[in-house]
Design a protein around this ligand. Structure first.
Ligand code: OGA
Ligand code: NI
Length: 364
């Protein structure tokens, strides 16, 4: 029997009403709500469908200090990167070369924008990268098939290859975004070299495939949640990128799915979290893994994180990506069909976050 209550609940209308406030989750928290609205509720059981998180496992921590010292030290780092990319899909990097003050500036700048007067933020509210380079909203996948809305706001901007004119960026985070981008691009350059070397290929291989060409920066803001057991900060997903560089603040909460357990990615001051995205799993024919990860909601907050995605989803490129020829053979045939980033991204967006990886849709 359909109850009266479930007939009245139209998630589309409620999601739209939330969207039209243009104030995001922070607007709800500022209004001092004590109960999480229904659209944010995760389907029953989905928070407990995997083993509880384990605290005795830790994702690899790799020190880049010696990477430019000599050939042998670089090879030792490449070995560690290879192990992490194959077995975990994730690692933390220390001594990565980005100065602490640059990390602090982008963290502060991101928080500053999210804590601006809501009238200022509303000017940037949009879901359309074709119209705006700097886009602020809550839940990019609000109108997708995502199972529930996340307890998170975010602003996003393509910072490479064609960054917006500085005056199009909000004053609160303008200088920090420009400065952080420079450093993220050079760390990305090094990472794609090391990852290519880890596959036994020339250092330039991935860069020659345009992996480093485009950078989407997303600054996430997770307000404190009054009923954290009912919702998620970000639902389980793998990233629509080649590679992601994540800066998280000291609150923590990021978890990765590893051998069917949720493993906490503990914050290390000054470190960056590196993870393989779906496109790296695709071009390496599953040698590197794009691991599922999530952030549960938390009473503590606000938490901020800055995710820098190397992925050119907004560029109208006809380049198709498939498993690299060097990595396939008769015994190890391609596991995926060729696809453009645009086509992949469209499918990823229609599906929304939560559930299985979109990669399974293009598996041969
Ligand atoms: C993401 C993501 C994790 C975090 O933005 O894709 O996984 O810690 N963020 O905010
Ligand atoms: Ni992610």
């Amino acid at each position: 029997m359909v109850t009266k209550k479930s007939v009245e609940f139209d998630p589309y209308i409620e999601r739209k009403a939330f969207d039209e406030t243009k104030e995001g989750v922070k607007g709800l928290v500022d209004a001092k709500i004590t109960e999480v609205p229904r659209i944010f509720h995760v389907p029953q059981g989905s928070l407990t469908d995997k083993k509880p998180s384990v605290s005795d496992l830790e994702i690899p921590i790799i020190d880049f200090a010696s990477v430019h010292v000599d050939k042998a030290s670089r090879e030792a780092v490449v070995e560690k990167v290879k192990h992490a990319a194959e077995k975990w899909g994730f690692f933390q990097v220390i001594n990565h070369g980005i100065p602490l003050n640059v990390l602090k500036e982008i963290e502060d700048g991101s928080r500053r924008f999210h804590e601006e007067d809501s009238e200022v933020k509303k000017r940037y509210f949009s879901r359309d990268f074709n119209k705006n380079k700097f886009v602020y909203n809550s839940n990019f996948d609000l109108y997708s098939a995502s199972p529930s809305v996340n307890w998170r706001d975010a602003f996003s901007c393509y910072m490479a290859p064609d960054p917006p004119p500085p005056e199009d960026l909000p004053v609160a985070c303008r200088d920090a975004m420009i400065e952080y981008t420079k450093h993220v691009m050079s760390l990305g350059d090094l990472l794609f070299e090391l990852l290519s070397e880890a596959l036994g290929l020339k250092s330039e291989t991935m860069k020659n495939m345009d992996c480093l060409k485009s950078l989407l920066m997303i600054c996430n803001y997770y307000p404190p949640c009054p009923q954290p057991d009912l919702t998620m900060g970000i639902s389980q997903h793998s990233d629509n990128s080649f590679l992601t560089i994540l800066l998280q603040d000291n609150i923590g909460g990021l978890q990765i799915l590893h051998q069917d357990s949720w493993v906490d990615v503990s914050p290390i001051p000054g470190a960056l979290v590196i993870n393989m995205g779906d496109f790296l799993q695709l071009i390496t024919n599953d040698k590197f893994v794009s691991a599922n990860h999530r952030v549960p909601a938390n009473r503590e907050g606000p938490r901020v994180s800055i995710a820098s995605f190397f992925s050119s989803s907004a560029l109208p490129s006809s380049t198709v990506y498939g498993p690299m020829k060097e990595l396939v053979s008769e015994e190890n045939p391609p596991k995926y069909r060729d696809i453009t980033i645009k086509e992949y991204t469209e499918g990823y967006f229609v599906k929304g976050l939560g559930g299985t990886s979109y990669l399974s849709n293009i598996r041969i």
